[in-house]
Design a protein around this ligand. Structure first.
Ligand SMILES: Cc1ncc(COP(=O)(O)O)c(C=O)c1O
Length: 324
């Protein structure tokens, strides 16, 4: 209870969201679980109005950058896959969900006789760290009585809504039972693990450091001068949030960023980097472009780690270009 009130204070949520003022929040085991709990609450609220027979009319919305868990959870909650809207985003829009596109999708569904129930928002998508503009999007959602969320720490304005969903028979009850069973037999340390984890992160990663403007992070800049001179190849580091860095070897701007050749170069670079055993990187595809990605938001990651990783990228790019 104490731990979940801390982030509520940092986010400046009204007291009504905390244990001080009301029934407080919940640290869910996973984001998927938080989405499931709230989606079922939204589904059941809508079904009391439209009737259970019309469950196939319920529609849900998220950007195409949203984690795949959203689609899975919708299926578990019985939302027809025909009514899961994955709204396209663009590079020029920073891959965030456009309120205009959301409204267009919602209005088309209403015209087709569907019932919008849920909007999944992101503050830092997994692949692109895109941030959805919460205020205008929630305005559209509220106009149509939708719920919205993507989180692990879950606060609800009306705790009764959450309680109602937890008491639904079926999948959720079975899931809750399984979690209770697991916790009973895994002991105290596990039972309190989510709170302990949040406590550890907060204790280790001073909130003041988190609040530094992103431009003060040294690894934000694009720093490809050395390698740019080598055979028209231009490596870039792009960082749209503080959590992850995207990097890659890209051909000159006049060439096609999404070409097979570019992808082949970056796949080779990724393999080379990971084989060194010094840094572990992964990849993502952003707007069809293959990009290397690595996390820098961990509590123990420091400037020197990011600088070393960047040196390694450049070393790999140089080696790659000498042999291609
Ligand atoms: C933005 C986002 N949403 C949802 C998830 C799924 O989280 P979980 O595995 O906790 O259910 C992730 C996991 O990386 C994520 O990054």
């Amino acid at each position: 209870m104490t731990v979940i009130d801390w982030p509520a204070g940092m986010l400046k949520l009204p007291d009504s969201f905390t244990f001080k003022g009301s029934e407080g929040g919940v640290i869910q085991n996973t984001t998927s679980e938080a989405i499931l709990v709230t989606l079922i609450a939204a589904r059941d609220k809508a079904l009391t109005v439209v009737g259970a027979a019309d469950v196939n009319k319920l529609a849900v919305y998220a950007s195409d950058q949203t984690h795949s868990t959203f689609t899975k959870v919708c299926k578990i909650a019985g939302i027809s896959s025909r009514n899961i809207r994955s709204i396209p985003t663009t590079l020029t829009g920073g891959f965030s969900l456009s309120p205009f596109e959301l409204r267009k999708a919602v209005e088309a569904d209403l015209a087709a006789g569907l019932v919008p129930v849920y909007l999944c928002l992101n503050l830092g998508t997994t692949s692109t760290t895109a941030v959805d503009p919460i205020e205008p999007l929630t305005r559209v959602a509220k106009e149509h009585g939708m719920c919205f969320l993507d989180c692990c720490c879950l606060w609800v304005q009306n705790p009764k809504a959450r309680r109602c969903s937890e008491h639904q028979p079926g999948i959720l009850e079975k899931q809750t039972e399984r979690i209770r069973f697991r916790r009973r037999f895994q002991g105290l340390a596990t039972r309190h693990r989510p709170a302990v984890q949040i406590f550890a992160v907060m204790a280790h990663f001073p909130i003041l450091r988190r609040r530094q403007p992103p431009s003060s992070y040294p690894f934000r800049r694009t720093d490809g001068q050395d390698v740019r001179r080598v055979r028209k190849i231009r490596p870039e580091v792009r960082n749209s949030g503080a959590e992850a860095v995207r990097a890659g070897v890209f051909p000159d701007p006049d060439e096609n960023y999404g070409s097979d050749y570019t992808e082949m170069l970056n796949r080779k670079l990724l393999d080379w980097i990971n084989l060194t055993g010094r840094v572990y990187m992964s990849h993502t595809k952003i707007g069809g472009v293959y990009v290397l990605t690595f996390a820098v938001g961990a509590t123990l990651t420091d400037e020197r780690h990011v600088v070393a990783a960047w040196k390694l990228i450049k070393e790999g790019a140089d080696a790659l270009l000498r042999t291609t």
